[in-house]
Design a protein around this ligand. Sequence first.
Ligand SMILES: *[C@@H]1O[C@H](CO)[C@@H](O)[C@H](O)[C@H]1NC(C)=O
Ligand SMILES: *[C@@H]1O[C@H](CO)[C@@H](O)[C@H](O)[C@H]1NC(C)=O
Ligand SMILES: *[C@@H]1O[C@H](CO)[C@@H](O)[C@H](O)[C@H]1NC(C)=O
Ligand SMILES: *[C@@H]1O[C@H](CO)[C@@H](O)[C@H](O)[C@H]1NC(C)=O
Ligand SMILES: *[C@@H]1O[C@H](CO)[C@@H](O)[C@H](O)[C@H]1NC(C)=O
Ligand SMILES: *[C@@H]1O[C@H](CO)[C@@H](O)[C@H](O)[C@H]1NC(C)=O
Ligand SMILES: *[C@@H]1O[C@H](CO)[C@@H](O)[C@H](O)[C@H]1NC(C)=O
Ligand SMILES: *[C@@H]1O[C@H](CO)[C@@H](O)[C@H](O)[C@H]1NC(C)=O
Ligand SMILES: *[C@@H]1O[C@H](CO)[C@@H](O)[C@H](O)[C@H]1NC(C)=O
Length: 891
Amino acid sequence: MKLFGVLLSLAGLLSAAPTPQNKHPLALRDGGNLTACPGYAASNVVKTDSSLTADLTLAGEPCNSYSEDIKNLKLLVEYQSVDRLHVKIYDADLKVFQVQEEAFPRPENGKTNSADAALEFNIVEKPFSFTIKRKENDEVLFDTSSSQLIFQTQYVQLRTSLPKDPHLYGLGEHSDPFKLPTDNYRRSLLNSESPNIPFNSNLYGTHPVYFEHRGGKGTHGVFLLNSTPMNIFILRDDAGNQSLEYDTIGGVLDFYFLAGSKPHEVSKQYADVAGYSAMFPYWTFGFHQCKYGYWDVNMVAEVVGNYSTAGIPLEVMWTDIDYMDLRQDFTTDPERFPIDKMRELVSTLHERGQRYVLILDPGVHAVAEQASYARGHEQGVFLKAADGSDLLGVQWPGSVAWPDWFAPQTTEWWIDEFRRFFNPETGINLDGIWVDMNEASNFCPNPNCDPYPEGNPPIPQNPPRPNTGRPIPGFPASFQPTSNLKARADTNQSKGIPGREWFNPKYSVYNHRGGLSDFTIPMNTTNYDGTKQYDTHNMYGHMMALTTHDAMIDRRPELRPMVLTRSTFAGTGRKVTHWFGDNKSAWEDYRITIRQMLAWVAMHQMPMVGSDVCGFNENTEERLCARWAMLGAFQPFYRNHAEQSTIQQEFYQWPLVTEAAKKAIDTRYKLMDYIYTALYYQTKTGKPMINPLFYLYPEDANTFAIQEQWFYGDALLISPVTTDYSTEVTYYLPNDTFYDYWTGSKIQGQGANVTETNVNYTSIPIHIRAGTIIPTRLHSANTTAELRKQPFTIIIAPSDAGKATGRLYLDEGEKIAQPDVSEIDFSFDGGKLSVDGSFGYKGDGGESITVERVVVLGQEKEGKVGTWDEGRKEVVVEGEWRFDGAWGFEL
Ligand SMILES: *[C@@H]1O[C@H](CO)[C@@H](O)[C@H](O)[C@H]1NC(C)=O
Ligand SMILES: *[C@@H]1O[C@H](CO)[C@@H](O)[C@H](O)[C@H]1NC(C)=O
Ligand SMILES: *[C@@H]1O[C@H](CO)[C@@H](O)[C@H](O)[C@H]1NC(C)=O
Ligand SMILES: *[C@@H]1O[C@H](CO)[C@@H](O)[C@H](O)[C@H]1NC(C)=O
Ligand SMILES: *[C@@H]1O[C@H](CO)[C@@H](O)[C@H](O)[C@H]1NC(C)=O
Ligand SMILES: *[C@@H]1O[C@H](CO)[C@@H](O)[C@H](O)[C@H]1NC(C)=O
Ligand SMILES: *[C@@H]1O[C@H](CO)[C@@H](O)[C@H](O)[C@H]1NC(C)=O
Ligand SMILES: *[C@@H]1O[C@H](CO)[C@@H](O)[C@H](O)[C@H]1NC(C)=O
Ligand SMILES: *[C@@H]1O[C@H](CO)[C@@H](O)[C@H](O)[C@H]1NC(C)=O
């Protein structure tokens, strides 16, 4: 959300001297005199059936280019499963930072016999390098021999050769092309507040995983578990040879190689490492509305009312920081958003079958009168300055203290604050939570800034509270001032080398906000566990999001939490989801949402994603908003949200947008069980709920770079108009059979582009891929609760061979424990439909499990059953049937 215009421009003046950020990306790679670096030599190579270890010793005089060379390293190679190889290069002394287990739980090592593995590791001892090969076809997937390994205290470099014009994806978060540029392209991973989501830039999240697709030769993935800021380059040298180079300012080289070989198998294998997505409540697929700048609770209510009047289904209402008293977390503005009115708002929404979500920021107003701060301070939950006092920065409320998410008492405090403020009996009984500004965003432009902006009262100075570790005689342990600091097995291992250059390491990682510590928590800040922000900065939002998830679970242990976070790290998707941040109301940003969605769902295992529909910053425009209302309906998370200073952009503001939104939501809602099923299977199997075209046509090179079309689920090809103010769209139809979703007509794709004209602002081309079966609801409804009472229609789209399959997952929609679920398989072959599977879900809450009709597309004649629609070339068979046991029929 947002940036303070004034502070931002002020910040521009105050920030440090320009860094080399504006030079050609390759410029950042020079200056360290790397040619003199000696590399390493391997010795003591020990192989077992499922592993290899070796010592790596610096093979000459240190070059100390960007910092000191570390002399003794270790290599660990583990064949963790048939399709996963773990390769780790780390310092023998275990001083260099390694990502904490609590931030990223490591996958289990299945100790596969290397003879059975899909990948093969080969070591070259001197100079040390290694290759990784796909055994099946001898494809070399990774080869580090083209440069020396450099492993210094503040600089680590490893380079792998790539085939010419490689097809690479991932390495989020960015707004760059879905298939990454390969001509001296830089990705910098340094989480940062990023208004208007700039190109070629670091953004809010860090996901150091790339997928490389080699057409018929397979797809593989490479994940580097490292949270320290880094640049990753995709290079082309003068001879035309290509490589990918990691340049980090710390951490170890902890790689997971994922064998694929199908694209969706890489997605699954990445989920095995980073975690499978959380399952989100059914209602999160409803339509959401938010705006920064709703001035009081009445206005919020009026927006809800206006949606009803307009006949546009609104599922979830959100409130931005407007609700807070002077922008302070866990408070309400007593005049504008009084607590009793807020409670009434929520209960009214709930009676209407609607939901409510609020925002929280990490910075807690550091004044003694602020009860949440006082309690947090008392419990020692905040990051500390050098003198032991709470480290201060500046955020919305003024001077703020930053929770230290690595301290166990912080979780307890945060959970307790949730219990108090979001108490269903006395507080705001919200349904989901949104955490923002958690990169963390600090309005202080640099570490020397005064965190007391004018008018902000100074906080009382509390003496530092040393942990004496002494029990107080005769008193329970809770009376020890810092006894709530839980003891940890502190081995001092891998916490990060002390005494590094925290602010301006010689090797610099590009940051569009300036220096490393600009506009964030200073990198020299120490976390509770002894690690430094320098190494953990990129996980600040991730840790906040996970803690917030725990707080939501504590409030309502039986319900799936809906937590939305701006800042993320690899693995955040296990519990929490993300929207694409503060985009702007522009056609380019509308287009960007598609490629961002593709990468997040398929490559980062965070499926419940979307952008601020109609754009966040700057005023939107009717036609753009109409198109976006339709596009957003076919992305997983569907929320209209705008910045404070913009015009209101609720869908009911314009007749055209109203019409587009009604049609879009009507279609989305009818398809909700289909996409909910796709999410469910992604949480279980890692197979993405949104498919890039190359996932379904991996050998069709025309699909590799497509970033303005996608499969919603695996059956519906969405091809929106993407040109500014145009009513024409050129889209790709693979060499396959399709049906027009709107007319039912059969279309033979030619592996070529198709141009459609007269696509008005309330239309979006959708094609059903032949061979699929899509469960839909017969009618849409004003809320998802009402939708669930609608009977089903099953759409069968037979292949040329007359076959089709599909699935449907049904459950109660919101509970974590779902004892009674249905996993239904549809199959159609030779005119015969059979519906089978498990049928535990009975719809006892009044939800429908009735199937009223089955529609078979592409039929040239009448069948034994049903009615043939000659115009639409479909047979409609009226039920009814129920999803309470197997059934079927023959046409
Ligand atoms: C690079 O390092 C080598 C060996 O230390 C040294 O001889 C050479 O002068 C250095 N080059 C530059 C440009 O600093
Ligand atoms: C560059 O590619 C050529 C041709 O593939 C190869 O002969 C040469 O060794 C490569 N150079 C490097 C530095 O890898
Ligand atoms: C709600 O609709 C009324 C009538 O069109 C309009 O005057 C008012 O501004 C709308 N309120 C909001 C918050 O959009
Ligand atoms: C939706 O429709 C139901 C049934 O007509 C009604 O009870 C409910 O209040 C409506 N909810 C909204 C948000 O319009
Ligand atoms: C971090 O560096 C700043 C700027 O040099 C300094 O003022 C501050 O005391 C340091 N903080 C800690 C925790 O050492
Ligand atoms: C960890 O390091 C600190 C400071 O360097 C030292 O005081 C402490 O004894 C060490 N703890 C262990 C378990 O080695
Ligand atoms: C299209 O697919 C069919 C069947 O798979 C194949 O026979 C045909 O050669 C393909 N056409 C093109 C242009 O690739
Ligand atoms: C389809 O059109 C796009 C953009 O106009 C173009 O980049 C692409 O190469 C075309 N694809 C084919 C198969 O012609
Ligand atoms: C847009 O096109 C659709 C489908 O062709 C048509 O039903 C609808 O009436 C059109 N809407 C407008 C505003 O022209």
